[in-house]
Design a protein around this ligand. Structure first.
Ligand SMILES: [Zn+2]
Length: 247
């Protein structure tokens, strides 16, 4: 074999080897798999339960204002996000009625009623409804969390009792309150266990300062989640959502 031919054979061998190597080692795909639309939580005491968590107010509707000037809608959302996480950590699925500073209805007639109805509609697939709010009163002395339920709804009353007990135990208010009946559009229009949680008073400057901290917001959320866990433990089997509920 002449020098040139040997070189040709050599090049051919290198080319064939190279092609073989290229076929063997396919490039690794680096694109991440798309995240599922609703993350499936790890199993826990609330597995199989779907909760609708409703941060009160939003957008044009700030809710109550304390001495700091920070609107209730902001604190409601912060607590609701922490609560959603605490519930998911216990295995629950969570629907947030809003996850941004927005109202749930466009401008126009009966805006507030349409906003509230959108929150009711969001709970259609849920087993439990929790609306998160901050309280206010004309005097600064009032403090502490209080849970409201609709009169005549036994399940809601039970849920409110468990939540009130868990919040009082974890947050140790100076004057522990009892769960109470309340007339609210949301509670009137829901058939599942539904409560409105007033986490504390923005009209009390000391309590407002606590409610503005991430640490206390997390403690409030954890106490609500603990109350839900106690309720679900006592209340099995759960009713399903508004449409397909079992009476
Ligand atoms: Zn409110």
């Amino acid at each position: 074999m002449g020098k040139v031919r040997r070189l040709m054979w050599g090049l051919l061998a290198v080319a064939v080897l190279g092609m073989g190597t290229a076929l063997l080692y396919k490039p690794v795909t680096t694109a991440p798999a798309p995240a599922p639309a609703t993350p499936t939580p790890a199993p826990g005491p609330l597995t199989g339960v779907t909760l609708c968590v409703d941060p009160g107010h939003g957008g044009y509707d700030g809710g109550a204002y304390g001495a700091s000037g920070r609107p209730e809608k902001e604190i409601n959302l912060a607590v609701a996000r922490e609560l959603a996480e605490a519930l998911q950590n216990r295995g629950a699925r969570v629907i947030l009625t809003r996850d941004a500073d927005t109202a749930l209805a466009d401008e126009g007639r009966e805006r507030k009623r349409r906003d509230l109805q959108a929150r009711v509609d969001a709970a259609e697939a849920a087993n439990i409804f929790l609306s998160i709010h901050m309280n206010e009163y004309r005097t600064a002395a009032e403090s502490g969390p209080q849970v409201f339920y609709r009169q005549g709804q036994a399940d809601s009353r039970l849920l409110a009792g468990f939540l009130q007990q868990a919040m009082n135990a974890a947050l140790a208010p100076a004057k522990p309150r009892s769960a109470h009946t309340g007339e609210y559009y949301l509670l009137e229009h829901l058939q599942i266990p539904a409560v409105l949680v007033e986490c504390g008073f923005l009209s009390n400057p000391a309590e407002e300062q606590k409610l503005l901290t991430a640490d206390y917001q997390r403690r409030v959320a954890e106490s609500i989640a603990a109350g839900v866990e106690a309720f679900v433990g006592a209340e099995k089997p759960m009713k399903t959502g508004k449409k397909g509920r079992i009476e």
